[in-house]
Each structure stands twice: as C-alpha cells, then as structure tokens.
Ligand binder design. Structure first.
Ligand code: ADP
Length: 326
C-alpha cells in the first residue's frame, strides 16, 4: 500500500442530509486507524484556495443529527479545467494530504474520477445525494430523509386537495431520476408519478387522463419529477389547462425544502457505515471506487460504473403504484 498518513475529506455539489454523519464517520474511523484527517471546506473550490483545517475527533462532535454539511459545499468551475486541478494537486502536496474522501453526487464523483486518474491519487467516494441516481448502490446518503420530507409535505397538501376537490401536481427533485417521485407517490397514496425514465416511452399525462383519474375520487395528487423533457409540474399543468380544461389543476413545487432537515435514522446509519467503509477501502489499497450498499452489504463500485451507467428504475414499483391507485 502506498504510504497514506493523512486523509482529506470534502463535500461537494448539492448538499444532502446525512453528509455530516458521513463526515463524522470518516473522521473518526480514520483517526481510529491512525491517520491524520484534514477537513477541506467548500468542496473542490476550497481545495484550490486552501481552505483546509486539521480535524480531531471533537471537530465532528454533535453533528450527526444536523442537516446540510459543516464543511460547506460548492460548485467549482476551475476544477473542471486541467489548470484548476493542477492547483488542487499542488495544495494537496503542500498540505501533505495523501488520499481524499469525496462526498457528493454524480458530478462530484466525476470530478474525483478525472482527478484520481490524472494524478494517480487515491480517492474514495461516498454517494451523497437525495436523488439516489448513482449506479451500483441501492440507496444514497440523503435519499431516505428527502423521501420522508416529501411524504410529510404531500400529506399536508392532501388535506387541502381533498377539501377543494382539486388535481394537484407536486414537483419533486430528481432531474434525471424518478426515484423520489415514484416512491414518494407510493408512500403518499398518490394517483401517479410522472418520471423522466419513461417519458420517452409514453405520454404519461395522456395515460393519466385515459385511466380516468378523479372519476371516483374527490382529490387527485400526482407526483412529478422535475424534468426538462416533461416540463415538470408547471409544464404539465399548462398542458392540462389547454388539453383538458375540465380539470381544476394546482401546482406545488417542493424545491429546496427537500434537501433540508435532520437526517433520518436510516440515513445516519447508512452514512456511518459508508464513512467507516471508506477508510476500510483505503486500508485495503482501494482507489477510484465509490462505496455502495447492495442487499445491506457494503460494496465497492468503480467510479466509472457508478457515474456512467443510468440506474434503472424498478418497474415493479410502477406496477404497484398503478394497482394501488384505482
Ligand atoms: P453533484 O455532485 O451534486 O452532482 P455537480 O454536478 O454540481 O454536483 O458537481 C459538483 C462539482 O464537481 C462541480 O462544480 C465541479 O467542480 C466538479 N465536477 C463535475 N463534473 C466534473 C468533470 N467532468 N471534471 C471535473 N470536475 C467536475
């Protein structure tokens, strides 16, 4: 094993509940294994600008229950350029950081992969994203909490939808992935989910109307994944107004509140297990891998697989939703 003495840790891209639990687990497992740890603030931007602080166990005390990320997060254009990554490499050398743990989504792990390849630098990734869109892992840090937040919001909207006998389109996050929309719909007893994965196969709005939604019901809730293809909840509502003017349609976009809040027990446990596994991976001389979880077992997923492949939606879930919304 290349001699690793000090591990840097950063969070990057969109924040997700449970990132703090992951930071804590990485820090403590690393110290337990005899490594030094440095916290890198503001993702790749802080790596380039040297916003780096030595972390002891107490730096991560009392954070497991907090949403967001104590390390802050950012998007960083410079890191997408060779010059920017060279600056990052120089800072890593100056700070004597020998390996990195990167917590983030698809974009952040793509950046990690590019950098790790370019500089032959050991990096382990943790899937931190509410979208659950990384291939090779059953779930991601933040997804369960976001799903629970969606459920609580939709339950509240259901009360007003029922009172007014209206059709509600509720837009949730997940630009390229309908996991939040589909499971959110099942969890709230919604009529349907409109998701990007099948938007090229069928006209989901037409299908919804054809299936006679609202016939026997006094309110209808449809969960819509944000999507440039369908136009999201607003785009669909516009279509309803034009094509099916008999329906009284309302739109709610849940937006950023889906990212916030204290992480659920599942996310805290997942983040803790994955954070500890990141250190195991480095001890085993693994590099360029994302920590995943499959059938409740920790797995190592090569970056190129986690990033490049679209994670397929479980079609059984679609059928379950259809059967239960009659
Ligand atoms: P997320 O990790 O939530 O998907 P982004 O897609 O915004 O978030 O990516 C976060 C950061 O990762 C970007 O701001 C950039 O610094 C870095 N990144 C993304 N794609 C690349 C790439 N192809 N090469 C290098 N860095 C990248």
């Amino acid at each position: 094993m290349a001699q690793i003495k000090c591990i840097g840790i950063l969070t990057s891209g969109g924040d997700a509940p449970g990132m703090n639990a992951a930071i804590r687990a990485v820090t403590r497992s690393a110290i337990y294994a005899g490594f030094r740890v440095k916290g890198i603030y503001r993702g790749y931007r802080g790596l380039i600008t040297d916003e780096i602080v030595e972390f002891k166990t107490q730096n991560v005390s009392n954070i497991i229950q907090q949403g967001g990320t104590i390390l802050k997060t950012a998007r960083c254009k410079e890191f997408t350029t060779p010059e920017g990554r060279k600056q990052a490499f120089d800072i890593l050398q100056k700070e004597e950081i020998d390996a990195l743990v990167v917590i983030g989504g698809d974009g952040s792990l793509t950046g990690a992969r590019v950098f790790a390849t370019e500089y032959n630098f050991p990096i382990v990734g943790l899937p931190g994203t509410i979208d659950n869109d990384l291939f090779g892992t059953d779930t991601t840090i933040g997804y369960d909490t976001a799903l629970n937040t969606i459920m609580e919001c939709v339950d509240k909207i259901r009360d007003t939808a029922t009172s007014h006998e209206r059709l509600f389109f509720i837009e949730v996050m997940g630009r390229d992935a309908g996991f939040l929309a589909l499971n959110g719909a099942i969890a709230t007893g919604a009529e349907a989910a409109i998701i990007p994965e099948i938007s090229v196969e069928i006209d989901q709005l037409e299908e919804l109307v054809k299936n006679g939604f609202r016939k026997s019901k006094n309110s209808s809730i449809v969960i819509v994944a944000e999507s440039p293809i369908t136009g999201g909840a607003m785009g669909l509502a516009e279509r309803v107004k034009k094509e099916y003017p008999q329906y009284d349609v309302r739109v709610t976009i849940l937006g950023h509140l889906q990212r916030g809040g204290s992480p659920s027990a599942s996310d805290r446990i997942l983040a803790s297990r994955m954070g500890a596994a990141a250190i195991d991976a480095l001890l085993e001389d693994q590099r360029n891998v994302m920590i995943g979880i499959r059938n409740d077992e920790i797995v190592y997923v090569p970056f190129f697989k986690a990033i490049k492949n679209d994670k397929p939606i479980n079609r059984d879930l679609l059928n379950t939703l259809r059967r239960l919304s009659i």
